[in-house]
Ligand binder design. Structure first.
Ligand SMILES: CC(=O)N[C@H]1[C@@H](OP(=O)(O)OP(=O)(O)OC[C@H]2O[C@@H](n3ccc(=O)[nH]c3=O)[C@H](O)[C@@H]2O)O[C@H](CO)[C@@H](O)[C@@H]1O
Ligand SMILES: C=C(OP(=O)(O)O)C(=O)O
Length: 427
């Protein structure tokens, strides 16, 4: 298994290209199931999760062609074609590796009238149930059965009628599944307390480009008028706001200054606001966002929340930054019940953090020290890299397959701005 070696202390400076968003791509790809015409997605990040999803689509009989195979290219252009679906089953082996596989449930049900998807199970950051995905589809008229670890969804003869659903908790994935099912329903559907994340807007924009009728895009109440059929489209995946935010933290902890090329400030309001309060300047410039940290970082209290609140996917990275800030910060995680897995590892590097339930108290320290660390999820791994970039000496990060799920060519991007980081095979 590969590991990353990072020698801390270099000030990051230069330009980091920001890739297409993993979390947008993972909901745009299953849209190919909604039409028998080709769907071309541009700016798809090269990530393990994207490859995994394409593999799942192949299992349904969806063909794909890839442009942009040159090793020096970031991103690629992929055309997916679901002319004839040969299977409606998403098996355990593929689903267990990637929770987002559940996002085939809505579009498959809408197109084929049935779908069988393995229950994804929990993961390191929490239980992550899918009850809301199922309840909203039931509200649209689907019949749901659970058996042998699989969920089987069936539409009535003639297709899903559509319906109204009021989400008791904001769920990104359940909103996405609902949208992809409702666009082909016979009637009108209404989603209340729907997620408003920029990735949901990206999904709505693609669906509209395919011929869907959606009102309220970007708001918490969405009205979807079902249409008989959708057509193909060519669509560019939005820039990854979490990747951009992660590199902003990486630059800031080294007192550096970087241009996050292609990043969109409009989608990153709460992260940029948090960074400003910590003492990191940011400016929207032609071609991206420039971030700069001059002087000592300041403590700041943070609470994660659904969009437009602070993304839970930024919590670990901001925590690393706060480890080096002056003063004590209180960080509250409200989305996932177990998303502090990075804390013991950061402590190994000399961070002073105390957790109680969903709250972490971070006492800033002048010095972090290199150590051997490992993490159990994607953003936790990134937080260790951020800390390592500012630590004294060498840090070894193990289990970096988590990073390959969500950061396209991470070490190359960091090397571009002067980081001393290399990937080595485990002996
Ligand atoms: C591929 C993708 O886009 N992943 C993102 C997506 O995950 P995902 O879509 O899985 O996250 P959700 O927004 O659904 O989860 C939010 C909260 O709702 C709960 N819940 C969710 C569904 C459900 O049926 N029942 C239920 O109780 C979850 O346990 C969690 O506490 O949004 C999360 C929250 O912004 C991000 O951290 C993930 O990076
Ligand atoms: C939790 C995340 O992703 P996923 O929902 O794919 O596990 C993430 O991107 O931080």
């Amino acid at each position: 298994m590969d590991k990353l070696l990072i020698r801390g202390g270099n000030r990051l400076s230069g330009t980091i290209p920001i890739s297409g968003a993993k979390n947008a791509a993972l909901t745009l790809i299953p849209c190919a199931l909604l039409t028998d015409e080709p769907l071309t997605l541009r700016n798809l990040p090269r990530l393990a999760d994207i490859d995994g999803f394409q593999h799942l689509m192949t299992q349904f009989g969806v063909s794909h062609t890839i442009q942009g195979q040159r090793p020096e290219d970031f991103g690629r252009v992929v055309t997916l074609e679901a002319t004839r679906l040969t299977s409606t089953v998403a098996p355990y082996d593929l689903v267990r590796k990637m929770r987002a596989s559940i996002l085939v449930l809505g579009p498959m049900l809408a197109r084929m009238g049935e779908a069988t998807v393995s229950l994804p199970g929990g993961c390191a950051i929490g239980n992550r149930p899918i009850d809301l995905h199922l309840k909203v589809l039931e509200a649209f008229g689907a019949q749901i059965e659970l058996a042998q670890g699989y969920v089987k969804a069936m539409a009535p003869d003639g297709g899903l009628p559509g319906g109204d659903f009021d989400f008791p908790v904001v769920s990104v994935g359940a909103t996405e599944n609902a949208l992809m099912a409702a666009v082909l329903a016979n009637g009108t559907s209404r989603l209340i307390n729907a997620a408003r994340e920029p990735e949901i807007v990206d999904l709505c924009n693609l669906l509209v480009a395919m011929g869907a009728e959606i009102e309220g895009i970007g708001q918490s109440e969405l009205t979807i008028h079902g249409v008989k059929r959708l057509h193909g489209a060519t669509y560019r995946v939005m820039p990854d706001r979490i990747e951009a935010g992660s590199y902003a933290c990486a630059a800031a902890i080294t007192g550096g200054e970087v241009l996050l090329e292609g990043a969109k400030a409009e989608d990153m309001g709460s992260t940029l606001h948090a960074l400003r309060n910590i003492g990191v300047e940011s400016e929207e410039v032609k071609g991206g966002i420039r971030v700069a940290a001059n002087g000592r970082l300041r403590a700041h209290n943070l609470t994660t929340a659904p969009y437009p609140g602070l993304a839970t996917d930024m919590q670990a990275q901001l925590m690393s930054l706060l480890c080096k800030a002056e003063g004590t910060s209180v960080l509250t995680e409200t989305i996932f019940e177990n998303r502090f897995m990075h804390v013991p590892e950061l402590s190994r590097m000399g961070a002073d953090i105390e957790t109680t339930g969903r709250t972490a108290i971070v006492r800033g320290t002048e010095t972090l020290n290199g150590a051997e660390v490992m993490a159990t999820d994607l953003r936790a791994s990134m937080s260790l890299i951020i800390a390592a970039l500012a630590a004294k000496g060498e840090t070894t990060v193990r289990r970096i397959y988590h990073l390959d799920r969500g950061y396209e060519r991470l070490e190359e991007k960091l090397q571009l701005v002067g980081a001393d980081i290399e990937r080595v095979g485990d002996e």
